[in-house]
Design a protein around this ligand. Sequence first.
Ligand SMILES: Cc1ncc(COP(=O)(O)O)c(C=O)c1O
Length: 398
Amino acid sequence: MSTSTSVFRLARRLERVGFSDIVKIRNRVMELRAGGASVYQFEGGEPFLTTPEPIKEAMAEALGENRTRYAPSSGIPELRAAIAGKVRERNRIKAREEDVVVLNGGMQGLFGAFQSVVNPEDEVLVFSPYWTPIKDLIAHCEGRTVLVPTDEARRDGFAETLARYATNKARLIYYNTPQNPSGVVFTREEAEEVARFAQERDLVVIADEAYEDLVYGGEHVSIASLEGMLERTITCYTLSKSYAMTGWRVGYAVATEPWMAGLKKCLLYSTNGVSTPSQWAALAAFGLPADFYETIRAAYRERRDLLLSGLNELGFNCDAPAGAFYAFPDASRIAADSRDAAEILLERAQVATVPGVVFGEHGEGHLRFSFSTSPEVIRAGLDSMRRNLSRDELRDEG
Ligand SMILES: Cc1ncc(COP(=O)(O)O)c(C=O)c1O
């Protein structure tokens, strides 16, 4: 029997899809720790909190009552109703229950959203720096990522900047607020400008609101709540960050037709729904009292302020992030290449961060520090940097 090497070739649509760089950093941290080093970890992307007790109790109850069978693929009706209520009340999006689908985390929503909109060669406008997997999700659709620098848009105006980068092949805008990695929170006026541009150019918007509950200054505005935007927006949410449920893999998306049909097809033929007991647990999340959100925000704010004052004292000149749990300082004094800067910090000060270039060319020169850790780790990491980096690397003597 003859075999040809051409058989052993990945399908074309996966050729341009990459693996996460962040995993490589995590592996290096694990290697150092296995060798006995203590590493101050700022590279992560998860809440430092544990999942709230009422959610875990609801899971145990669902298991005890054998609520473990197939559920409707789009989600149990009770959860979809609770989500529709939350989205109407807190996000001001006029969604009906049928505009909601329960998904396996934010990632499955984003996967389904891009698959539902992007045809080969379509252009997707992405504010940059951006969350890395987005370029892979676009590559999987054989679409083209067009980076729109967030700084430039904030300086020159969103309409003007988007117009500068968009061609007649533009089909979609990826709109993430609060942003990973920069912590930028787009204002209402900025959301309105983006919405106007989308309507004028007849573009679809994929809104990623994974960090909606972690806003320290200003308000979180869901772009789908603006006039005329519900029908052209797919909004992706996750329980991962708000409820410290990264490992549970529960999220949801809000969209009208034809996008909802696309999301449902992707869901049906990938996982055929979300684990039934996890959905009953997720329902408990929407019953948490309002002060839950205030408490977690206060805890993150305390950590943000601690990290920020330390970084600025060391000479990093870092703006306070308005949302999410990342600081994104310029670290080019340590090394112009952010991979080298991250390596120097890790090897010399045992401080693990993510090189900014991982988030695209506009992230180069920066490092991403997560402040989702304990105040003790933040203090110890800052102290280690103070002791182990040279004055030249830290302070702007000019
Ligand atoms: C901007 C952004 N969107 C979406 C997600 C997806 O979250 P998950 O798939 O864990 O629910 C993340 C996770 O880090 C994120 O940072």
